[in-house]
Each structure stands twice: as structure tokens, then as C-alpha cells.
Design a protein. Structure first.
Length: 215
């Protein structure tokens, strides 16, 4: 059995658990990639002892835990957007059901109404969900690191804007693809793959903050 078939079988039987484990693995993988890049970069630039060159396995587990925890929230949000802004022609032809197969979305006519719906989904996602998601990430990682509340608040104040700017450079384009091309059934693994890059970016941003604090 191929990996994709095995994943789909698990997702059909245990959707939330499968999604959580998948997102956790991808989040942890993003942090592994980020740490590897930093170690190589620090050694190449000969930064001395300002930044630890040792691989932090605990940090990887923190990212896995966050990805595992956040997955059900993200999944519910994506499903909500599909219900809030349905593609009318496909939805009507399916008796009001959400299009969940590749064939149904591919048959959707890409007219002005279609792109208007996609735009509304992306706008809702980036205006309402993204700011809350970034704040949740910073706060969650702070508590996972056992930081005091005052330090978490400080991290939120100093890191929030930088994380938001980084997110807006990537996620509007990703979510436009998500809502216009990727069927509902396959959006979770697609977003998870994009999250691999995003979590790597977040890891590097957080590491830069730590570097500034140490210096």
C-alpha cells in the first residue's frame, strides 16, 4: 500500500488524529530544517559562541506539540470557510453538499463569481484567522518553554509584527491556491506541506530573537 493510500485510509477512519500527527511531524520537520540551516550558517560565518551550535531536540518536540495541538483548529476553520463561502454552482449540483473530491472542484467554472468566493475566503483567513494564529503560536511556544507570563508578553510585543509581516509574504498566495485549486479532501496535507516552509521560517525568526537577546 502506498503512503498516500495509507494516509487517506487513516484520515477516513481517524481524521482528527491523522491530521494532528501529520501537522506535528511537519512542524517538527520544519524546525529540524531551520536548526540545520542555522548550524550550517553559524559555522560558515564563524560566529563564535554567541549562538549554540548544538542541535536542540527539545525544541523539535515543542514544534511537534504545537503542530499537533493546532491542527484541529485549522481544520475546523477551513471547513467553516467552505460552508460560509460555498462555490454555488458545484454546491447546488451536489444538493448543497460541500465539494470534497478533486473532480468536483476541477469542474467548477473559474468565472468572476468563483474568484470572488476565493477572495472572500482568503480575506477572511488573513484578516481574522492569521492574526489570532500568530499570537497563539508565540504564546503557546512561550509556555511550552516554561517562560513566565511577563516574558511571554514581551515576546508577543517584540515578535508579533515580524511574524505577521513574514506570514503576509507567503500565506495569501498559498491560501489562494488552497481555495481555488486544492479540493477540500486534500487541503490538509497541502497546507501541511506549506507549513513545513512556514514553520522553518518561524523557527528562524524565533532563533534570531534569541540571538538578539543573547548579544
Amino acid at each position: 500500500m502506498s503512503f498516500s493510500r495509507a494516509w487517506n485510509k487513516c484520515a477516513a477512519k481517524f481524521p482528527v488524529l491523522t491530521l494532528s500527527v501529520t501537522n506535528g511531524v511537519l512542524a517538527g520537520s520544519g524546525n529540524i530544517l531551520a536548526q540545520s540551516i542555522m548550524i550550517y550558517r553559524d559555522q560558515d560565518n564563524k560566529l563564535g559562541n554567541n549562538v549554540s551550535k548544538e542541535f536542540n531536540y527539545v525544541e523539535v518536540m515543542r514544534f511537534f506539540a504545537y503542530g499537533f495541538m493546532f491542527a484541529p483548529i485549522s481544520f475546523k476553520w477551513v471547513k467553516y470557510l467552505d460552508k460560509r463561502f460555498p462555490f454555488k454552482s458545484v454546491s447546488a449540483s451536489m444538493g448543497g453538499k460541500l465539494p470534497s473530491t478533486a473532480n468536483s472542484l476541477l469542474k467548477q467554472k473559474k468565472d468572476a463569481a468563483f474568484w470572488s468566493t476565493v477572495g472572500k475566503r482568503v480575506a477572511y483567513d488573513q484578516i481574522l484567522f492569521a492574526p489570532a494564529a500568530v499570537a497563539l503560536f508565540i504564546v503557546s511556544m512561550g509556555f511550552l518553554e516554561s517562560k513566565p507570563v511577563d516574558k511571554v508578553k514581551e515576546d508577543l510585543k517584540t515578535s508579533y509584527l515580524k511574524n505577521m509581516v513574514a506570514g503576509y509574504l507567503m500565506w495569501p498566495a498559498v491560501q489562494t491556491i488552497t481555495f481555488s485549486v486544492i479540493p477540500l479532501l486534500y487541503r490538509v496535507p497541502f497546507i501541511g506541506a506549506a507549513n513545513l516552509i512556514w514553520n522553518c521560517t518561524l523557527s528562524l525568526l524565533r532563533a534570531d530573537d534569541v540571538t538578539l537577546e543573547i548579544i
